[in-house]
Every structure is written in structure tokens, then in C-alpha cells.
Design a protein around this ligand. Structure first.
Ligand SMILES: Nc1nc2c(ncn2[C@@H]2O[C@H](COP(=O)(O)OP(=O)(O)OP(=O)(O)O)[C@@H](O)[C@H]2O)c(=O)[nH]1
Ligand SMILES: [Mg+2]
Length: 333
């Protein structure tokens, strides 16, 4: 007891004692008013390649400054740089701020990759690249990519490649009820129709290995010189030629395109189905009358989407497509 008393006494004393060093209440931080705005175009083991906003030809290598702590910096991030921003060989700048992201495309950890990842920041459009053959198209991935896009508030664009190998119509038909924008292309074709969809925005490509993402980027960005790899004859799969995401300026400097490595899986556990329906205003209007907690799946007994179909207010194919998307969220992929 005596010990405790003396402890209380000490505590009291230290409370009353005037503080020797008086610090201002708010932590003094440098303001970095003269920091240079830039955009991150590649990330490689703690080194960030950036392009200055006011002089895009200057490519600056930077590292994170300590105050950023563990905050992730990804391709597409708008950042502010201090230090040597000359871009000279061997120079290194510091990222002192990551600006608020307009959009975040993320994938949840899954069996193939135990880490939740932000793939890219500030993308306006998700270009879901699917080969019409070689490798065979898999709608599961397309569905999942659509869910990720709707969830992130990023416009999806379905880009069907290798039109020299197969007819695009059957695949286009699958996605027609969802009103997804689409474009069909092939190697050596005029890239203009694809370019039209990419102008004045930041687009990120997503797709399996070998579908032709880098081939397309090389057509869209003269001098991009992205490596491409053939598809394995035996397995019918790509060889994971691209190993990191790179953001490039489009030919006429209007818009950015991000080439990404082929994905094996795409975890979607972070997606809330209740948010997903908001991407379909016509269905959301109907589902507003659903019983609380209705997941709008085909097994729900009182889902208003069924009523809307029966009464002819929405197309059955559209509801079916929407339901396929929700179930793709939980499918093992
Ligand atoms: N027949 C045909 N082959 C194509 C077409 N586009 C690309 N290819 C071929 O498909 C293979 C894979 O192309 P890439 O551009 O490396 O594919 P990727 O999607 O970048 O692959 P990863 O980087 O591994 O994810 C290469 O052999 C290309 O030449 C096309 O329109 N038609
Ligand atoms: Mg590639």
C-alpha cells in the first residue's frame, strides 16, 4: 500500500510539474509547398518511377519518404516529390505525399496470392482483355472483372482480341444484356477503334496471360516496346511475359494506358453485393422493394427482380446476367 501511495504521489507531482519542453499541440510538419506533382508509372522493389505533371518527359526515380510509413504507393498514384527531381541518371527523389485516389482497383487475397492488392489507382476505365481463342475465352474471369469494375466505380470495356482466330459474336452475345461497351481487335489491325475508347482517360488492362495485352499496347503506344510471349502449344496458356504494371502515354498524348501482368486469379471477397446492384440503376430501382437482406440471387423467395421480370419491367436476360455476376463473386476461380 505504501508503495502505491508513493507512486500516486509521484504521478501527482509529475502532473503538477511544469513541462520542461513545451511542444505545440499539433505536430509541426514541413509543408512541402514547392513539391513537384507527378504520377507513378511503374513500381519496382521500393523504387517508384514517376513522370512530372508539368514536364512528362522527365522521368524521375523516387522512394517513399518516412512520414508515408507503410502507406502503399501504386501505379497511377498522383504524388508530390521533393529532392532531386531532375531525372538525371542515378538521382533519387522522395515521395512526400500521395494524393487522394479517385478510384482504386483492388483484388482480395485468395489461394493464388495471399496478399490483398491495389492493382492501380485513379483508373477511369477497366479494359477487360479476352482472346477469342488461344487461350480460350473464360467468361468466369470476365464476370469477375466486371464485378471489380462496378464495385470500384470504374467503367468497364470489353476488349476482344485475336479476332483472326474466332468469331466474336457468341461472346458479345453473352454480355449484351449487361450493356457493356465492347471493341473487337486483332494483331496488325488499325488500333484507332480501340484508341477511340481510351482517349482522355486512364485505362488499365486486365486479362489472362497470353491474351495479347502487350501486343495491343505496342500498337497503341509507338515505342512502348513491351515484350510479348507466345502461348504454350501444350497447355494453351500464356507464359506470363509481363511481370509488372507499366503506365504509358497513348500515341497522341491523350490518355494513359496501364499494361499489367496476366492474372491467374482475381479475389473478390472485398466486394459488397449490396453495392454491386447500384451499378445497375434499372435493377436497383426494382430491388429497392425487396425484403430486407435480400441478396437478389435466384434462390431468394421474394426478390423483386423476379416480380419485375414477370411484369415485364425488366428483361429476364438482364436479371440472369446480373445474377451470374453476383454468383461469380463467390465462385472458386
Ligand atoms: N493470332 C493472333 N495472335 C495474337 C494476337 N494478338 C497477340 N497475339 C499473340 O499472342 C501472344 C501473347 O501476346 P502478349 O501480348 O504477350 O500477351 P499478354 O496478354 O501481354 O501476356 P502476359 O504479358 O503474359 O500477360 C503473342 O504470341 C502474340 O503474338 C492476335 O490478334 N492474333
Ligand atoms: Mg504482357
Amino acid at each position: 500500500v505504501a508503495g502505491r501511495r508513493s507512486f500516486e504521489h509521484l504521478e501527482h507531482e509529475s502532473f503538477d510539474r511544469p513541462r520542461r519542453r513545451t511542444r505545440p499541440r499539433t505536430k509541426e510538419r514541413p509543408t512541402y509547398d514547392d513539391a513537384a506533382p507527378a504520377v507513378v508509372v511503374t513500381v519496382d522493389r521500393g523504387r517508384f518511377t514517376c513522370r512530372l505533371e508539368h514536364d512528362e518527359d522527365t522521368v524521375v526515380t523516387a522512394m517513399k519518404s518516412r512520414p508515408l510509413g507503410r502507406k502503399g504507393v501504386v501505379v497511377g498514384d498522383r504524388v508530390r516529390l521533393v529532392g532531386d527531381v531532375s531525372g538525371a541518371e542515378g538521382s533519387l527523389a522522395r515521395i512526400v505525399e500521395v494524393c487522394e485516389r479517385r478510384t482504386v482497383l483492388r483484388r482480395t487475397a485468395d489461394d493464388d496470392d495471399p496478399v490483398e492488392r491495389v492493382i492501380v489507382a485513379n483508373a477511369d476505365q477497366l479494359v477487360i482483355v479476352v482472346a477469342l481463342a488461344d487461350p480460350e475465352p473464360r467468361t468466369g474471369l470476365v464476370d469477375r472483372a466486371l464485378v471489380a469494375a462496378y464495385d470500384a466505380g470504374i467503367d468497364p470495356l470489353l476488349c476482344l482480341t485475336k479476332a483472326d482466330l474466332a468469331d466474336p459474336e457468341p461472346l458479345l452475345a453473352v454480355y449484351r444484356p449487361l450493356d457493356v461497351l465492347s471493341v473487337v481487335t486483332q494483331q496488325e489491325a488499325d488500333p484507332e477503334p480501340v484508341l477511340e475508347h481510351l482517349r482522355d482517360r486512364t485505362s488499365v488492362m486486365l486479362g489472362h496471360s497470353g491474351v495479347g495485352k502487350s501486343t495491343l499496347v505496342n500498337a497503341l503506344v509507338p515505342g512502348a516496346d513491351r515484350a510479348t510471349g507466345d502461348v504454350n502449344d501444350v497447355t494453351g496458356r500464356g507464359r506470363h511475359t509481363s511481370t509488372s504494371a507499366v503506365m504509358l502515354r497513348l500515341a497522341d498524348s491523350r490518355g494513359w494506358i496501364v499494361d499489367t501482368p496476366g492474372i491467374r486469379s482475381f479475389g473478390l471477397a472485398h466486394v459488397d453485393p449490396a453495392v454491386l446492384i447500384e451499378a445497375f440503376p434499372d435493377l436497383a430501382a426494382e430491388s429497392a422493394r425487396c425484403p430486407r437482406g435480400c441478396t437478389h440471387t435466384a434462390t431468394e423467395p421474394e426478390c423483386e427482380l423476379d416480380v419485375a421480370v414477370t411484369e415485364g419491367r425488366v428483361d429476364a436476360a438482364r436479371v440472369e446476367s446480373y445474377r451470374r455476376l453476383i454468383s461469380s463473386r463467390d465462385a472458386a476461380y
